[in-house]
Design a protein around this ligand. Structure first.
Ligand code: PEP
Ligand code: MN
Length: 357
C-alpha cells in the first residue's frame, strides 16, 4: 500500500509554509496531531521569488522537526531542491520529501535529486512544474522511478502565468492533473489548495473541489498565527479552520463502486452526442479543404482576419444564447479554426514542390 494512503478518507498533509521557530514547529505539530493529520509539512529551505525575503532556517529547523516527530509521533515532510538537502534530510530522519514547483520545472535539477536518492527508500511527493506541462511533471516522476523510488505521489498546486484576471494565485488548470491521472492511474494525486488559491478565504471551496474531482488527499498550509507568518501569510489557515475544513468536506467515492443504471444511461447518451460531435468535425474539416481549393483558384490567403472576427462574434453570441460560457466556446473555436487553417494550407501548398523542380 502507498505511504500516501490514510486507510480511510483523504490523505492529509498540513503544517506551516516555513519552519520559523522551534516553538512554532512543536506547537503546530501538537495541534495537527490532535486533528488526525497524516503528515506534517514545514519548509526548511524556501524557494523565494526575489532575494532578501526569509529563505528558511536550514539545518536547525531539521532538528526542530526531528523533535516534533519524536514528541508527537507525526511523520514529517520537507521540500528538497538540492542533493545536499536530500542528504541532510535523510541524516535527520525526515520521513518524506517533496520536490517544489520551481524544481520540477528543471530536469537537470530533478536528476541531481534523483541521483542523490539512488539506493534509498523514502517517499517523495512531486509538485507540478510552474508551467502547465504534463510531460515535464510526468518526467520528474519517472526520473525518481528510474532510481528505484517506489512511494511517489503528485501534488497539484496550480500553474503560474500571466493571469491578472484570475482570482487565484496559481490557477488550477484541471485538465493537466486529470491527464496525469490518465497517464499514471496508480499514482496518488494530492491537491494543494493553499498555493492554488493564495488566499485563505478560498481554501475551503478549493479543497472541496479537489474532493469532487476525486483527488486522493490535500496539502493545506496551517499556521498558528497566519497573519504573522514569515512566508505565504495570506493563504495559511489556523488549525481551528483546518479542523472545520476537514469536518465539512464531502469525500466523493471513486468510480469503481458507482455504476448505477441511471449513470450508465446518461453516459450512453453522452457517448452518442460525442460521436455526432466528431462526425460534424470531420464534415467541417472536409469543407475546409474544399474552401482551400476554391481559395487556391482565386489566389486568396488561408487566414482572413475579418472572417475569423465574424466567427468569434457569431459563435460567441450563439453560445451565450444557449447559456454556454463564451470563453469556453471561443477557446474551442480557436482550436477548430487552427485545424481548418492547417487543412487549407495543405491544399494551398500542394503542388509547390513540383513548381520548385
Ligand atoms: C510550498 O509548499 O511552500 C512551496 C514553496 O510550494 P510550491 O513549490 O508549490 O511553490
Ligand atoms: Mn508556501
Amino acid at each position: 500500500m502507498s505511504f500516501f494512503n490514510s486507510g480511510e478518507g483523504p490523505y492529509i498533509i498540513a503544517g506551516p509554509c516555513s519552519a520559523e521557530t522551534r516553538e512554532q514547529v512543536l506547537e503546530t505539530a501538537a495541534a495537527l496531531k490532535a486533528l488526525g493529520v497524516n503528515l506534517f509539512r514545514a519548509g526548511v529551505w524556501k524557494p523565494r521569488t526575489r532575494p532578501g525575503s526569509f529563505e528558511g532556517n536550514g539545518t536547525p529547523a531539521l532538528e526542530w522537526l526531528q523533535e516534533a516527530r519524536t514528541l508527537h509521533g507525526l511523520p514529517v515532510v520537507i521540500e528538497v531542491a538540492e542533493p545536499e538537502h536530500v542528504e541532510l534530510a535523510l541524516r535527520h530522519g525526515i520521513d518524506a520529501l517533496w520536490i517544489g514547483a520551481r524544481t520540477t520545472v528543471n530536469p537537470f535539477q530533478v536528476q541531481h535529486i534523483a541521483d542523490a536518492l539512488s539506493g534509498v527508500q523514502v517517499p517523495v511527493l512531486v509538485k507540478n512544474p510552474v508551467n502547465p506541462d504534463v510531460a515535464l511533471w510526468q518526467g520528474a516522476i519517472e526520473r525518481l522511478e528510474r532510481v528505484g523510488i517506489t512511494d511517489i505521489a503528485a501534488i497539484h498546486r496550480g500553474f503560474s502565468g500571466y493571469h491578472a484576471a484570475s482570482r487565484y494565485r496559481n490557477p488550477p488548470n484541471w485538465p493537466i492533473p486529470i491527464e496525469l491521472k490518465r497517464r499514471k492511474p496508480e499514482l496518488p494525486i494530492i491537491c494543494d489548495p493553499s498555493h492554488i488559491t493564495g488566499s485563505r478565504a478560498l481554501v475551503p471551496d478549493m479543497a472541496q473541489k479537489a474532493m469532487d474531482m476525486g483527488f486522493d488527499g490535500l496539502m493545506i498550509e496551517t499556521h498558528l498565527h497566519p497573519d504573522d507568518a514569515w512566508s505565504d501569510a495570506d493563504q495559511q489557515v489556523t488549525p481551528q479552520v483546518l479542523q472545520q475544513i476537514l469536518g465539512s468536506i464531502v469525500v466523493r467515492r471513486d468510480e469503481a463502486d458507482c455504476n448505477s443504471v441511471e449513470l450508465e444511461q446518461l453516459r450512453q447518451q453522452m457517448d452518442s452526442i460525442d460521436a455526432e460531435v466528431i462526425d460534424l468535425l470531420a464534415r467541417r474539416m472536409e469543407l475546409s479543404s474544399h474552401i482551400g481549393t476554391v481559395k487556391k483558384a482565386l489566389n486568396i490567403a488561408a487566414y482572413l482576419p475579418e472572417r475569423w472576427n465574424e466567427i468569434v462574434a457569431t459563435r460567441g453570441a450563439r453560445a451565450e444564447s444557449l447559456q454556454l460560457s463564451r470563453e469556453f466556446v471561443i477557446g474551442l473555436y480557436e482550436r477548430i479554426h487552427d485545424e481548418s487553417i492547417k487543412q487549407q494550407l495543405k491544399v494551398l501548398s500542394s503542388g509547390m514542390n513540383e513548381i520548385k523542380k
